[in-house]
Design a binder for this molecule. Structure first.
Ligand SMILES: C[S@@+](CC[C@H](N)C(=O)[O-])C[C@H]1O[C@@H](n2cnc3c(N)ncnc32)[C@H](O)[C@@H]1O
Length: 224
């Protein structure tokens, strides 16, 4: 990449970052007072983000699956994984069938999403689906794998992002892995409270330059 190209890219990413951080706070200010009514409205129709049918989402799920670290056990299989903001269970189903985990616990704050996830995953006995804010739902911790995809952008404030980071750290076993997936460059902001958390170390971060919507996957590990 030439110097000019690199400069153009930096300017483009910085202006997109500023716009997406503004959008993050606006989302919080406008929609958070609506609470559960916002999510009921969002899930009026089935699969509002086309998770089950979009080739873009399919590739993102496959890439997420490809970077999942193994469990720190001889067979590398996770005893149980937590999926935060599991929506209608498309990735939950994929993960539960992958052979990478023995059990998946999916949590989502939207009641309609959890109802549909229960329908989708009805045939799988290694999935537990819980309705509620992950920061308040009682969970059988610890998890050696925690996933949080496309959910942090709905936190609406820096304080909420930090409390999410603290909650997910508490849910992770020492040496366990946390995988975050969010649109890029917004993810540079969204993943910051995790990257700088004293109980987390960044293992790898990768930006996928999809022409439709770039995204970033960060993999972190829980320190003692
Ligand atoms: C855009 S969807 C992402 C779905 C899924 N992770 C995926 O990538 O296929 C975000 C989901 O996060 C859920 N959510 C937002 N805040 C949450 C919270 N504090 N606890 C649990 N779920 C939450 C929403 O209800 C929504 O279903």
């Amino acid at each position: 990449m030439s110097l000019t190209e690199s400069l153009v890219r930096r300017v483009r990413d910085s202006s997109r970052l500023v716009a997406s951080v503004a959008e993050f706070y606006l989302h919080g200010a406008v929609l958070h007072p609506w609470g559960s009514r916002y999510w009921a409205w969002r899930y009026q129709k089935n699969d509002p983000w086309s998770y089950a049918s979009s080739p873009y989402e399919r590739i993102k799920y496959e890439r997420t699956m490809a970077v999942l670290p193994k469990a720190p056990t001889p067979d590398g299989i996770h005893e149980q994984a937590l999926e935060v903001g599991c929506s209608e269970g498309v990735f939950t189903d994929m993960l539960a069938r992958s052979g990478r985990v023995k059990k998946v616990v999916g949590v989502d704050v939207a009641a309609a999403a959890i109802d549909r996830a229960r329908e989708r995953c009805a045939g799988l006995s290694n999935i537990e689906l819980l309705h509620g804010d992950v920061r308040g739902v009682p969970l059988s911790a610890p998890f050696s794998l925690v996933l949080c995809a496309e959910t942090l952008s709905h936190m609406g404030s820096w304080a909420n992002l930090r409390s999410m980071a603290d909650t997910l750290v508490e849910r992770l076993s020492v040496g366990g892995s946390l995988v975050l997936v969010d649109s890029y460059p917004k993810a540079r902001f969204l993943h910051r409270p995790f990257r700088t958390h004293r109980k987390l170390s960044l293992i790898e971060t990768q930006v996928y330059e999809d022409p439709f919507r770039p995204y970033m996957i960060s993999v972190l590990s829980r320190r003692p």
